[in-house]
Design a protein around this ligand. Structure first.
Ligand SMILES: [Zn+2]
Length: 129
């Protein structure tokens, strides 16, 4: 992302290249969108973690995963690199649907497999609780 010092000094527009949104003084002279992009580029796992927590809250699903656990999970599975919206993209799956997002209950599943799984729990997974 290109940041213009001249635009930053002027303070009229967001200082990202060619952006005409209003800058937020608490966001380093950037608009909401460009500040979010900057944060994402600096720490993609942290950004993804916040969205993960926010989304599970919105869906009313319990989530006990800490940032440290999530970092380890991403490192082990390569989730940040392979995630996305296509059929083969990685998504976080709850192995047992009766339980929320806990580190023992999480695995990577392709978007397609996760969608076709629906509300069922796979036969080969025995829930420990
Ligand atoms: Zn902007």
């Amino acid at each position: 992302m290109k940041i213009s010092d001249a635009k930053k000094k002027e303070g009229k527009y967001c200082c990202a290249y060619a952006c005409r949104n209003k800058p937020n003084p608490r966001k380093a002279g950037l608009c909401h969108k460009h500040y979010a992009r900057l944060r994402k580029s600096k720490d993609p796992v942290y950004d993804r973690y916040n969205k993960f927590i926010y989304k599970s809250k919105k869906r009313g699903i319990e989530n006990s995963v800490t940032l440290a656990e999530f970092r380890k999970f991403c490192e082990k599975t390569g989730y940040i690199i392979t995630k996305g919206y296509r059929g083969q993209s990685a998504t976080i799956d709850r192995r047992c649907n009766a339980h929320g997002y806990h580190i023992w209950n999480m695995q990577i599943l392709s978007n397609r497999a996760n969608a076709s799984k629906g509300n069922k729990t796979r036969d080969d997974f025995v829930c420990p609780f």
